[in-house]
Unconditional design. Sequence first.
Length: 222
Amino acid sequence: MATGDTQDVITRIKALLPSGWFSSVTPVLDTVLTGIALVLSHVYEQISYARLQTRIATATDGFLDLISFDFFGSALPRALQESDTLFRTRIQANLLLERGTRHGLIRALQILTGRTPIVFEPANPQDCGGWNQPNGLAYGLVGGWGNLSLPYQCFVTAYRPTGQGVPNVAGWGNPQGALNTGSQIEYVNQSMITGAVTDADIYAQIDRVKEAGTIVWTRISS
């Protein structure tokens, strides 16, 4: 017996009836109370559900989609097959997302893709290093040339999420998949796709957090 279910409501109603009115065996009374309890149990269930939808931390189903639309319009839709838990996490993260900073840009892409991007600012000595400096770069090693003629610009390498598509199913041209052969290949539909983040989503996320008047040159890699 759980709080608010039919049996719980019957027990509560019986506890309010005057003692001595009914014997210990009450089949007729139980039938009448069961009809009442079914309705009240359903009402309690609806109240409990409605209470969940009043807070982002507990909202579920289409109410999460409405919350996202209220705050972000069409900029933060639910991903295909995305669970309430993951969608709620993205909504909460984007509500207080740091904007207009390098850290905010990196964090925004981490939330969207689950992977950390590479950010290079040609006018930032911390990225380019300098002669006789501890963080200076060396010929033949990974690095980048600074350029003060590129103010308010940066270069970003963003990564698509890992595990996108249909898990454990090979694609066309993949040696793991072949028709009429024991392999990892099958016909799929969109309901089987997981982790769908498009390149357009990545560009939109960058545009959402970058400062106005700046240029973010973006390369997207898998």
